[in-house]
Design a protein. Structure first.
Length: 142
């Protein structure tokens, strides 16, 4: 497996990464995804794709390095998804490990992600990967 960062405008974003990301974020369209990435990139948003040995995209992550008062510097994962056909094959662990390595290289003190309360299998995976549940996340639509 190989993890590759994809910059805005890279044709692999729509051809390879977006079909995998849609499994987690079905509300996205090619236009909204492109617009979000173009807006978020200057603020640190990045997307990484995992390719298997045959050259197929089997995992995707959206992430950013964040400085704030609670963690000082952390890598925050917005999106982490393994293609349905590739689940339980090590893709998620590979992607999580790759992002954690990147966090260490960037001088981050912590690694964070949120996961929807309905995603029980994802929670089991994160706990197996020695992540801890440390907070509640609250939101309100506007």
């Amino acid at each position: 497996m190989k993890t590759i960062d994809l910059a805005p405008g890279d044709p692999r974003l729509l051809a390879d990464l977006l079909p995998v990301l849609l499994e987690l974020r079905p509300h996205l369209t090619p236009e909204t995804f492109t617009a979000v990435y173009e807006e978020g990139h200057p603020a640190g948003l990045r997307f990484s794709a995992v390719y298997d040995d045959e050259g197929f995209c089997v995992g995707a992550a959206g992430w950013r390095v964040v400085a704030n008062t609670s963690t000082l510097r952390m890598l925050y994962v917005d999106d982490l998804v393994t293609a349905g056909a590739a689940r339980s094959t090590g893709v998620g662990a590979h992607l999580l490990g790759s992002l954690q390595d990147r966090a260490r290289e960037a001088g981050c003190r912590e690694f964070h992600l949120d996961s929807g309360t309905q995603r029980t299998r994802a929670h089991q995976f994160y706990l197996r990967e020695r992540m801890e549940i440390t907070a509640f996340h609250f939101q309100k639509g506007l």
